[in-house]
Design a binder for this molecule. Structure first.
Ligand code: C2E
Ligand code: CA
Ligand code: CA
Length: 624
């Protein structure tokens, strides 16, 4: 540590020591004051001198061994009892230069040699020697009185405090630096962590305008790393990550950033690329490095990775969040294509990302601007193809007036929380239509899909259902809520109670996509279930495929034994219809009878007679 190390106070340590030395000379009338500083284990350097210029220049920066100083100080005893040293010839004691203690000097004695000096050790509070204050007596030989010596002692203590304070501060800064360093490190791989990525990205964005070279952000996700963790131990997983981190570091250029983003995700920032091709080449190099067979703790593993690449272009000032989002989208696009792929965020993905933003906007305004369009798909009695009910299927109208299918917006609406607003709205309208059709002489059952999110707020859900029933005048017994098998599995006791209350009031719950969820069917015992809907994936392979046909038969039997209704969904061919009829399943739904229809078309269908013949009509103005 240097004595002139700048501190953050009003004065640096150097400034403080210079001021002290100056004051000793100016205010106390000494010829010279020098502060000697222990700056390495066995070296003492003169860091501050006040006095005649030529002496100053000569002394400043000169060094002495700590050993010598200790000997001199031992001879002088402590600061409290200053001992004056007499001048001796250099030849006598070369190792101690020209200072030797003179124990003969008495307090009352005024006979001072002009080159006599005073020394005072500067001690830290723990007793450690920090340095020495040395003072040359006034030329006039006047002996310092007690007050002057007290003042001198005070300056010595001040110098010691100043040095100790600076040392402490330096130590604190060092440990702060260490702490900052540790906080930015990932303990498993030793790479930088998220905070490093965020900071570097901020810096990159701030300087992109001034740069000629291209920066690439690579989002790397290991393929199948979960398997390593599952099949072996987590400790081995950590070792694999550590080894791969070293490979990543070896694959990039000096100056590039390699960081662990979390789990089995890494980020590389490469700052000096010539063009896009160089960025893709780097990604390929990283993939090759990762794919090299790896032996860890006697186990060998083979891993690959998927990489999403985003180039940070000068013309496109973006935010860190947006860059990471794009990298994430590109990486997931790569994952979808299979293992060991590289995807660059380009026009295609940009369009997808923009589409997602559009959908987010659409779902936000879904109820307000009549973007929400419920369609109605008939559910028929298989025996006579009469319409006995309908399922409400949501559509979202986009800016061009096209109807979007649920797979395009459900996940987003679920994520943004808008779905729990959209569903009740659709339910309210469906109840109203069903009541109106009932009054026209078509009493129909209404099936409404309910998301887990909505059901989680069971009190709210019950309230909504009751108010929609009251508003429409529809009988509770006409209503069935369709829940996926998953939803039944996750139900909390509180929700279960709410569902039971609704069932007691005459409403029904149906297991949607039955057979696709969990292996265990124990939930059927505990849940208030009135219906199962056999999933289309089984129906579509009947009657040709034996396994599917057997499963459907088993489901039909199960429903009968449980005393619940059974609906087969996704019926597309007369052969499927015949097969299902033969299994004893009572109800069916599918394109064979009718596609989901707009309200007007559904009304017209009813007016034409409730019994349907097998035919197809296209879904109204659907985009897909
Ligand atoms: P789902 O509940 O299984 O709905 C049946 C889906 O199968 C509907 O797709 C319907 O159009 C389609 N479908 C009906 N018959 C046939 C057929 O013969 N062949 C084929 N290939 N498909 C047929 P859609 O309308 O696209 O709905 C997809 C999914 O979106 C629904 O699957 C449902 O899970 C979900 N969904 C729709 N509306 C809502 C809603 O209001 N809330 C929630 N949570 N989910 C909804
Ligand atoms: Ca459904
Ligand atoms: Ca279904």
């Amino acid at each position: 540590m240097d004595a002139d190390r700048a501190s953050e106070g009003p004065l640096s340590l150097q400034g403080t020591l210079d001021l002290l030395a100056q004051t000793i000379v100016n205010a106390l009338g000494f010829e010279l004051a020098a502060i000697n500083y222990v700056d390495s284990p066995n070296r003492v350097t003169v860091v501050s001198v006040a006095g005649p210029d030529e002496v100053r220049e000569h002394l400043l920066g000169s060094t002495e061994s700590l050993e010598n100083w200790v000997r001199i100080l031992d001879a002088c005893t402590s600061w409290g009892r200053l001992r004056f040293l007499d001048h001796a010839t250099r030849d006598e004691e070369p190792s101690m230069r020209w200072w030797v203690p003179d124990f003969e000097v008495q307090d009352g004695d005024d006979a001072w040699h002009p080159e006599d000096a005073l020394f005072a050790p500067l001690h830290a509070s723990d007793g450690q020697l920090l340095g020495v204050l040395s003072v040359d007596l006034p030329r006039d030989g006047r002996r310092p009185d007690q007050a002057t010596r007290d003042a001198l002692e005070g300056f010595g203590v001040s110098a010691a405090l100043a040095i100790e304070h600076a040392n402490l501060r330096a130590k604190a800064e060092q440990s702060e630096e260490l702490f900052r360093y540790l906080a930015s490190r990932d303990p498993v791989t030793g790479l930088g962590n998220r905070s490093v990525v965020l900071e570097r990205l901020e810096r990159t964005l701030a300087t992109t305008r001034f740069r000629d070279r291209l920066t690439a952000l690579l989002f790397i996700d290991l393929d199948g790393f979960k398997r390593v963790n599952d099949e072996h131990s987590h400790a081995l997983g950590d070792q694999v990550l550590h080894a791969l981190a070293r490979r990543l570091e070896a694959a990039v250029e000096t100056g590039d950033t390699v960081a662990r983003w979390g789990g089995d995700e890494f980020i590389v920032l490469s700052h000096a690329l010539d063009d896009h091709a160089a960025g893709v080449a780097l990604a390929a190099r990283i993939q090759d490095a990762v794919a090299e067979p790896l032996r860890v703790s006697g186990q060998s593993t083979g891993l690959t990775c998927s990489i999403g690449v985003v180039f940070i272009e000068r013309r496109e000032p973006s935010t860190v969040k947006e860059l990471l989002r794009r990298a994430d989208i590109a990486m997931y696009a790569a994952k979808r294509e299979g293992r060991q792929r590289i995807f660059v965020f380009d026009e295609v993905l940009r369009n997808a990302a923009e589409r997602e933003e559009t959908v987010e906007r659409l779902v936000r305004t879904a109820t307000g601007r009549d973007r929400l369009v419920p369609l109605f798909q008939p559910i028929v009695s298989l025996a006579d193809c009469r319409i006995v009910g309908f399922e409400v299927l949501l559509r979202l109208r986009d800016d061009e007036g096209q109807l979007m299918a649920p797979d395009e917006f459900l996940a987003i609406a679920g994520r943004t929380g808008d779905l729990v607003r959209m569903e009740p709205e659709a339910m309210r309208r469906a109840f109203a239509h069903a009541a109106a059709w009932g009054q026209l002489g078509f009493p129909l059952r209404v099936s409404v899909n309910v998301s887990v999110r909505q059901l989680d707020e069971i009190d709210e859900f019950e309230r909504r259902v009751r108010s929609a029933l009251a508003e429409s005048g529809l009988m509770p017994s006409a209503v069935t809520f369709e829940l996926t098998e998953h939803a039944f599995f996750d139900v909390s006791p509180k929700t279960l109670h709410g569902m039971s209350r609704l069932v007691d009031e005459g409403l029904s719950f149906s297991v949607d996509d039955f057979g696709t969820g969990f292996g265990s069917m124990t939930y059927l015992r505990a849940m208030p279930i009135n219906e199962i809907k056999i999933d289309r994936s089984f129906i579509q392979h009947t009657p040709t495929e034996r396994a599917s046909s057997a499963i459907v038969r088993a489901h039909a039997t199960l429903a009968r034994e449980l005393g619940v209704r059974c609906v087969a969904e996704g019926i597309e061919t007369p052969e499927q219809h015949d097969f299902l009829l033969e299994t004893g399943i009572e109800y069916g739904q599918g394109y064979l009878y009718e596609r989901p229809l707009a309200r007007e078309s559904f009304s017209r269908l009813l007016q034409n007679g409730q019994a349907l013949t097998f035919h197809r009509t296209p879904e109204p103005s659907s985009s897909r």
